[in-house]
Design a protein around this ligand. Structure first.
Ligand code: ADP
Ligand code: GLC
Length: 486
């Protein structure tokens, strides 16, 4: 099967969150199963052209009335020969820092143009390389327009039998813009409503994908149910209920070539379930690197996150009511936080770090530290408001680090709650997102750490034995592709 992945992010080239990991890992898994897969994404300014090969000649892409001239670069996915990634190069659209925006301007005004270029460019790319997909698989709002273009403009000749799949990685980001941008999307005004783009007289890219794609997926079974309710539907629950027969929840996997404690080159000492005693070397290295007291007896709680509302950060870190200060003051534990995002939270983390001896934060994006935190922590806190899938709780399980999570979305699908009587479970679950319930659940985990060490040890091993292979998920996507092509 020929599958074209369209995405604003793909690891290791550009990543702001789990989307990048998921797109690359799914593509690799499908390729390993013998399918002809390629990825198309923008060449952001940070992606060095010197490591890429330029396709001969320019590529002209029509975005409505605008004619954009681009170059196309390519390279194979690192470690996966024969899986090409194509980069659309356009100085005006992508020659700057940031995927969707930068901290001072988190949503670029010209994002409609930038992602219209990506989606229109994807079709033009196929014509340029003479390769036509059976399936166009678009990820998140920034690629959603491709499903609309297929449905209303492109489904003839070489694309006559092409079908589209739209994956919702996060319903909270929809790409809503002024409707004057409609004229650069390459769609006739007749389709303003029928495409799903119209949203209270604005345009909404995600909504258009929900209406126009042949099949919809999201990244965990629980999230697939949650988004059909008004509480978690971000105004799209009605559409999602109407399309519930075409909506599938498929849990993301983990790329165990990258996230694997037995061969992780970012960590101080590798380990397996059999050599789990070596995990403590990572804890010591982490404590030392973060300037905390180096002491294996003190439980370390790790956090790696985008500092945004979705992740429940206010309930942990808000100066007025968050629970971090009280946890650090009341309990013998250490906090290690890696994150970047909302300015108030970054500032608050610096304050906590400066004032508490057992709280250390690194503000920024740091791949290697994120691995060391997974390996060196005893617990990993993720009290998300909502979580489509979540990757870090799965990484934590595989690294023998016990997740403390809220019962929502993919977190609910991957973590089993601790049973204090039997010792069963793989982590600690809270239901209400409030500072006091985070405080109580962390307190419960600390109780187990100090009083039930054998339970903690067994839970770790149980977590490390879990299988989150992409092979399983990739086969589920294939079933959907096959159904569409029948
Ligand atoms: P989301 O995509 O909503 O941010 P996920 O749990 O799916 O949540 O994925 C987050 C990914 O981004 C993980 O691979 C995590 O390690 C990584 N990540 C998030 N923030 C940082 C950071 N500050 N430094 C390094 N990696 C980070
Ligand atoms: C989104 C979600 C996250 C998910 C990731 C990859 O960013 O917030 O829960 O794991 O996409 O699908």
């Amino acid at each position: 099967m020929r599958i074209l992945m369209i995405s604003a992010e793909a690891a290791p080239f550009a990543k702001t969150g789990g989307l990048a990991d998921a797109v690359s890992a799914l593509s690799i898994a499908l390729h390993k199963l013998g399918h002809d897969v390629c990825i198309v994404m923008p060449r952001y300014y940070k992606i060095n052209r010197e490591n890429l090969t330029q396709l001969p000649g320019p590529m002209c892409v029509h975005c409505g009335y605008r004619e954009e001239w681009t170059a196309v670069y390519t390279t194979d996915m690192p470690g996966e020969k024969g899986l090409p990634v194509y980069f659309i190069d356009h100085e005006g659209c992508y020659g700057r820092d940031g995927v969707y925006g930068v901290p001072s301007d988190t949503d670029f005004k010209d994002n409609p143009t930038r992602f219209s270029l990506l989606c229109n460019g994807a079709f033009q790319l196929c014509r340029k390389i003479g390769w036509y997909p059976d399936i166009i698989h678009a990820h998140d709002w920034s690629a959603a327009l491709s499903t609309v273009l297929l449905r209303f403009n492109e489904r003839h000749d070489n694309f006559a039998n092409t079908k589209s799949v739209f994956t919702i990685h996060n319903l909270g980001y929809q790409g809503v813009y002024n409707k004057h941008n409609y004229s650069i999307l390459s769609l006739d005004w007749n389709h303003f409503y029928s495409s799903g783009l119209e949203d209270y007289d604005q345009i909404n890219f995600l909504k258009a994908g929900l209406i126009s794609a042949d099949a919809l997926t999201t990244v965990s079974p629980t999230y697939a149910r949650e988004i059909q309710t008004p509480e978690n539907g971000f105004r799209m629950d009605g559409i999602l209920r109407a399309r519930s027969n075409d909506l599938y929840g498929i849990l993301n996997g983990v790329d165990t070539d990258v996230w694997n404690p037995s061969k992780d080159s970012f960590i101080a000492k590798t380990y397996t379930a059999k050599t789990i005693k070596n995990k403590v070397e990572n804890k010591k290295a982490l404590q030392a690197r973060m300037g905390l007291e180096v002491n294996p007896d003190i439980p370390v709680i790790g956090v790696v996150t985008r500092l945004v509302d979705q992740k429940g950060i206010a309930d942990i870190f808000a100066p007025a009511y968050g629970c971090a200060y009280k946890l650090c003051a009341d309990m013998r534990l250490q906090f290690v936080v890696l994150g970047s995002g909302e300015k108030w939270c970054e500032d608050e983390l610096r304050v906590l770090s400066n004032n508490l001896p057992n709280f250390a934060a690194y503000i920024g994006y740091d791949e290697s530290l994120s691995h060391l935190i997974e390996a060196g922590s005893d617990f990993f806190l993720m009290p998300s408001k909502y979580e489509p899938c979540g990757l870090n709780q799965m990484y934590s399980l595989l690294y023998g680090t016990l997740p403390i999570v809220r019962r929502t979305g993919g977190l609910a699908d991957t973590v089993q709650n601790y049973n204090q009587e039997t010792g069963e479970g793989t982590g600690f679950i809270l239901d209400n997102l409030t500072p006091s319930s985070i405080y109580d659940t962390v307190g419960w985990a600390m109780y187990a750490w100090y009083n039930k060490p054998e339970h903690i040890a067994n839970m770790r091993l149980r977590g490390m034995k879990q299988h989150f292979g992409w092979d399983v998920s990739a086969k589920k996507y294939l079933e959907i592709y096959e159904k569409l092509l029948k």
